[in-house]
Design a protein around this ligand. Structure first.
Ligand code: UGY
Ligand code: MN
Length: 255
Protein backbone atom coordinates (compact mmCIF):
# COMPACT_ATOMS: atom_id res chain seq x y z
CA UNK A 1 0.00 0.00 0.00
CA UNK A 2 1.53 3.32 -0.99
CA UNK A 3 0.38 6.77 0.07
CA UNK A 4 -0.12 9.88 -2.10
CA UNK A 5 2.81 12.31 -2.12
CA UNK A 6 2.86 14.28 1.14
CA UNK A 7 0.62 11.78 2.90
CA UNK A 8 1.53 8.69 4.92
CA UNK A 9 -0.09 5.63 6.46
CA UNK A 10 2.25 6.01 9.45
CA UNK A 11 0.44 7.05 12.62
CA UNK A 12 1.94 7.82 16.06
CA UNK A 13 -0.10 8.07 19.25
CA UNK A 14 0.47 8.00 23.01
CA UNK A 15 0.29 4.22 23.47
CA UNK A 16 0.41 2.82 19.95
CA UNK A 17 2.01 3.42 16.57
CA UNK A 18 1.64 2.15 13.03
CA UNK A 19 4.69 2.34 10.77
CA UNK A 20 3.85 1.88 7.10
CA UNK A 21 6.51 0.88 4.57
CA UNK A 22 5.79 4.14 2.71
CA UNK A 23 7.66 6.02 5.48
CA UNK A 24 10.67 3.70 5.85
CA UNK A 25 14.06 5.41 5.80
CA UNK A 26 16.81 2.88 5.18
CA UNK A 27 20.10 3.47 7.06
CA UNK A 28 23.16 1.53 8.27
CA UNK A 29 22.23 -0.56 11.31
CA UNK A 30 24.23 0.20 14.47
CA UNK A 31 25.73 -2.98 15.93
CA UNK A 32 25.87 -4.57 12.46
CA UNK A 33 28.61 -4.49 9.85
CA UNK A 34 27.74 -3.54 6.27
CA UNK A 35 24.03 -3.93 6.89
CA UNK A 36 21.20 -1.60 5.94
CA UNK A 37 17.97 -1.62 7.84
CA UNK A 38 14.88 0.15 9.14
CA UNK A 39 14.06 0.55 12.83
CA UNK A 40 10.33 -0.10 13.09
CA UNK A 41 9.79 0.20 16.84
CA UNK A 42 12.11 1.66 19.51
CA UNK A 43 11.96 3.32 22.95
CA UNK A 44 12.40 6.72 21.28
CA UNK A 45 8.77 6.44 20.09
CA UNK A 46 7.74 7.56 23.61
CA UNK A 47 9.56 10.88 23.34
CA UNK A 48 8.22 11.31 19.81
CA UNK A 49 4.78 11.85 21.41
CA UNK A 50 6.01 14.76 23.54
CA UNK A 51 3.59 13.64 26.29
CA UNK A 52 6.12 12.07 28.65
CA UNK A 53 4.38 8.75 28.00
CA UNK A 54 6.43 5.58 28.17
CA UNK A 55 7.74 4.36 24.86
CA UNK A 56 8.27 0.74 23.86
CA UNK A 57 10.56 -1.35 26.09
CA UNK A 58 12.10 -3.11 23.12
CA UNK A 59 13.41 -2.54 19.63
CA UNK A 60 12.26 -4.21 16.41
CA UNK A 61 13.95 -3.66 13.09
CA UNK A 62 14.34 -5.00 9.57
CA UNK A 63 17.83 -5.92 8.35
CA UNK A 64 18.69 -6.40 4.68
CA UNK A 65 21.86 -8.42 4.29
CA UNK A 66 24.81 -8.08 1.94
CA UNK A 67 27.15 -11.05 1.50
CA UNK A 68 29.54 -9.15 3.84
CA UNK A 69 26.94 -8.26 6.49
CA UNK A 70 27.57 -9.49 10.01
CA UNK A 71 26.46 -9.02 13.59
CA UNK A 72 27.90 -10.58 16.72
CA UNK A 73 25.88 -9.30 19.65
CA UNK A 74 22.72 -7.56 20.80
CA UNK A 75 23.11 -4.55 23.14
CA UNK A 76 24.37 -5.51 26.64
CA UNK A 77 21.80 -7.41 28.73
CA UNK A 78 19.46 -7.86 25.76
CA UNK A 79 18.04 -11.04 24.28
CA UNK A 80 17.69 -11.22 20.52
CA UNK A 81 15.08 -12.95 18.38
CA UNK A 82 15.76 -13.25 14.62
CA UNK A 83 13.12 -14.31 12.06
CA UNK A 84 14.08 -14.84 8.41
CA UNK A 85 11.51 -13.06 6.22
CA UNK A 86 13.26 -13.82 2.93
CA UNK A 87 16.44 -15.59 1.82
CA UNK A 88 18.88 -17.52 3.97
CA UNK A 89 20.85 -16.66 7.09
CA UNK A 90 23.30 -18.33 9.38
CA UNK A 91 22.61 -17.52 13.04
CA UNK A 92 24.85 -18.90 15.77
CA UNK A 93 26.00 -21.63 13.38
CA UNK A 94 22.44 -22.66 12.40
CA UNK A 95 21.37 -22.34 8.76
CA UNK A 96 17.91 -20.76 8.56
CA UNK A 97 15.75 -20.24 5.49
CA UNK A 98 12.54 -18.22 5.18
CA UNK A 99 10.32 -18.58 8.28
CA UNK A 100 13.24 -20.02 10.27
CA UNK A 101 14.02 -18.28 13.54
CA UNK A 102 16.51 -18.08 16.40
CA UNK A 103 16.42 -16.87 20.00
CA UNK A 104 19.73 -15.79 21.52
CA UNK A 105 20.27 -15.18 25.26
CA UNK A 106 21.70 -11.90 26.55
CA UNK A 107 25.44 -11.24 26.60
CA UNK A 108 26.32 -14.24 24.47
CA UNK A 109 28.51 -13.65 21.42
CA UNK A 110 27.09 -15.14 18.24
CA UNK A 111 27.51 -14.56 14.54
CA UNK A 112 24.77 -13.65 12.08
CA UNK A 113 25.54 -13.64 8.36
CA UNK A 114 23.49 -14.47 5.28
CA UNK A 115 22.94 -14.47 1.54
CA UNK A 116 22.84 -11.09 -0.17
CA UNK A 117 19.28 -9.78 -0.31
CA UNK A 118 18.06 -11.80 2.67
CA UNK A 119 15.69 -9.93 4.95
CA UNK A 120 15.50 -10.43 8.71
CA UNK A 121 13.08 -9.21 11.39
CA UNK A 122 14.94 -8.67 14.65
CA UNK A 123 13.53 -8.14 18.13
CA UNK A 124 15.81 -7.00 20.99
CA UNK A 125 14.71 -6.63 24.58
CA UNK A 126 16.42 -6.49 27.96
CA UNK A 127 16.20 -9.96 29.49
CA UNK A 128 14.65 -10.09 32.98
CA UNK A 129 16.30 -12.91 34.91
CA UNK A 130 14.14 -14.92 37.30
CA UNK A 131 14.94 -16.89 40.43
CA UNK A 132 12.70 -19.74 39.31
CA UNK A 133 14.68 -20.74 36.22
CA UNK A 134 18.09 -20.35 34.61
CA UNK A 135 18.53 -18.20 31.52
CA UNK A 136 17.66 -20.39 28.52
CA UNK A 137 20.21 -21.67 26.02
CA UNK A 138 19.92 -20.49 22.38
CA UNK A 139 16.84 -21.84 20.66
CA UNK A 140 16.21 -22.43 16.93
CA UNK A 141 13.16 -23.45 14.92
CA UNK A 142 11.06 -23.11 11.79
CA UNK A 143 7.48 -21.84 11.74
CA UNK A 144 6.40 -24.92 9.76
CA UNK A 145 7.43 -27.07 12.72
CA UNK A 146 5.16 -25.29 15.20
CA UNK A 147 1.55 -26.37 15.52
CA UNK A 148 -0.94 -23.50 15.24
CA UNK A 149 -3.84 -23.92 17.69
CA UNK A 150 -7.37 -22.47 17.40
CA UNK A 151 -7.42 -19.20 19.33
CA UNK A 152 -9.92 -19.41 22.21
CA UNK A 153 -11.66 -22.22 20.36
CA UNK A 154 -11.90 -20.50 16.95
CA UNK A 155 -10.37 -22.65 14.17
CA UNK A 156 -10.49 -19.63 11.81
CA UNK A 157 -7.95 -17.79 14.02
CA UNK A 158 -4.85 -19.90 14.59
CA UNK A 159 -1.99 -19.07 16.94
CA UNK A 160 1.49 -20.61 16.77
CA UNK A 161 3.83 -19.88 19.70
CA UNK A 162 7.38 -20.05 18.39
CA UNK A 163 9.29 -20.05 21.70
CA UNK A 164 9.07 -22.66 24.48
CA UNK A 165 6.30 -21.95 26.97
CA UNK A 166 8.62 -21.90 29.98
CA UNK A 167 9.00 -19.47 32.89
CA UNK A 168 12.64 -18.89 31.94
CA UNK A 169 11.45 -16.98 28.85
CA UNK A 170 10.15 -13.46 29.48
CA UNK A 171 9.19 -13.15 25.79
CA UNK A 172 6.71 -14.77 23.45
CA UNK A 173 7.00 -14.46 19.69
CA UNK A 174 3.91 -15.75 17.95
CA UNK A 175 2.51 -16.15 14.43
CA UNK A 176 -1.20 -15.44 14.23
CA UNK A 177 -3.19 -16.44 11.12
CA UNK A 178 -6.79 -15.35 10.47
CA UNK A 179 -9.07 -16.57 7.69
CA UNK A 180 -11.04 -13.82 5.89
CA UNK A 181 -13.76 -12.61 8.27
CA UNK A 182 -12.04 -14.05 11.36
CA UNK A 183 -11.37 -11.62 14.21
CA UNK A 184 -10.07 -11.37 17.75
CA UNK A 185 -13.09 -12.36 19.87
CA UNK A 186 -12.90 -9.17 21.97
CA UNK A 187 -11.10 -5.86 22.24
CA UNK A 188 -8.09 -6.92 24.31
CA UNK A 189 -6.46 -4.70 26.91
CA UNK A 190 -3.56 -6.22 28.84
CA UNK A 191 -0.42 -5.30 30.70
CA UNK A 192 1.79 -6.82 27.98
CA UNK A 193 3.20 -4.77 25.09
CA UNK A 194 3.23 -5.98 21.50
CA UNK A 195 5.44 -5.30 18.50
CA UNK A 196 3.87 -6.66 15.33
CA UNK A 197 4.76 -7.14 11.67
CA UNK A 198 2.16 -8.04 9.04
CA UNK A 199 3.54 -10.99 7.06
CA UNK A 200 0.66 -11.46 4.60
CA UNK A 201 -2.90 -10.46 3.85
CA UNK A 202 -5.04 -7.50 4.79
CA UNK A 203 -7.25 -6.51 7.67
CA UNK A 204 -8.25 -3.74 10.00
CA UNK A 205 -6.68 -2.99 13.38
CA UNK A 206 -8.52 -1.05 16.06
CA UNK A 207 -6.06 0.61 18.47
CA UNK A 208 -6.74 2.72 21.58
CA UNK A 209 -9.99 3.90 23.12
CA UNK A 210 -12.14 7.02 23.50
CA UNK A 211 -10.89 10.05 21.54
CA UNK A 212 -7.61 8.16 20.91
CA UNK A 213 -9.38 5.34 19.03
CA UNK A 214 -7.69 4.67 15.72
CA UNK A 215 -8.91 2.31 13.00
CA UNK A 216 -6.26 1.33 10.48
CA UNK A 217 -6.35 -0.90 7.46
CA UNK A 218 -3.17 -2.96 7.49
CA UNK A 219 -1.30 -4.99 4.88
CA UNK A 220 1.97 -6.86 4.41
CA UNK A 221 4.93 -4.92 5.76
CA UNK A 222 3.03 -2.75 8.25
CA UNK A 223 4.43 -2.66 11.78
CA UNK A 224 2.45 -1.84 14.92
CA UNK A 225 3.49 -1.00 18.46
CA UNK A 226 0.83 -1.54 21.14
CA UNK A 227 1.82 -0.26 24.59
CA UNK A 228 0.65 -1.74 27.91
CA UNK A 229 -3.15 -1.78 28.14
CA UNK A 230 -3.60 -0.34 24.64
CA UNK A 231 -7.05 -1.61 23.59
CA UNK A 232 -6.61 -3.73 20.45
CA UNK A 233 -8.76 -5.67 18.02
CA UNK A 234 -8.13 -7.18 14.57
CA UNK A 235 -10.36 -8.48 11.80
CA UNK A 236 -9.06 -10.06 8.58
CA UNK A 237 -10.67 -8.99 5.33
CA UNK A 238 -9.80 -9.67 1.72
CA UNK A 239 -9.70 -12.86 -0.30
CA UNK A 240 -6.97 -14.68 1.59
CA UNK A 241 -5.73 -15.22 5.13
CA UNK A 242 -3.81 -12.59 7.08
CA UNK A 243 -0.78 -13.54 9.16
CA UNK A 244 1.14 -11.42 11.60
CA UNK A 245 4.23 -12.03 13.70
CA UNK A 246 4.25 -10.38 17.12
CA UNK A 247 6.12 -10.15 20.39
CA UNK A 248 4.67 -10.15 23.90
CA UNK A 249 6.50 -9.69 27.23
CA UNK A 250 5.36 -12.48 29.56
CA UNK A 251 6.08 -14.45 32.75
CA UNK A 252 7.32 -11.60 34.93
CA UNK A 253 5.46 -9.77 37.73
CA UNK A 254 3.84 -6.50 36.67
CA UNK A 255 5.29 -4.82 39.79
O1 UGY B 1 -1.40 -12.62 22.54
C1 UGY B 1 -2.15 -11.65 22.40
O2 UGY B 1 -2.32 -10.84 23.31
C2 UGY B 1 -2.87 -11.45 21.06
N1 UGY B 1 -4.17 -12.07 21.13
N2 UGY B 1 -2.99 -10.04 20.73
C3 UGY B 1 -3.17 -9.58 19.48
O3 UGY B 1 -3.25 -10.39 18.52
N3 UGY B 1 -3.26 -8.26 19.28
MN1 MN C 1 -2.83 -8.82 22.62
Amino acid sequence: MTAPLGDTRTHLARNHAVIGPDSHVVAPLPGWEETQGVVLIAPAMGSAQGTGANGPNFTQYLATLESTSRSTAAPPGCQRFVYVLEGKASVGGNELDADGYAWLPPDQTHEITGQAGSRLWVHEQRYAATEVAATPKPCFGHASGVRAEPFLGDPAARLAKLLPQEAAFDLEVNRFTFDPGAALPMVESHVNEHGLLMLEGTGVYRLGSGPETHWQTVATGDAIWMGAFCPQWFCCFGTGPATYLYSKNVNRPAL
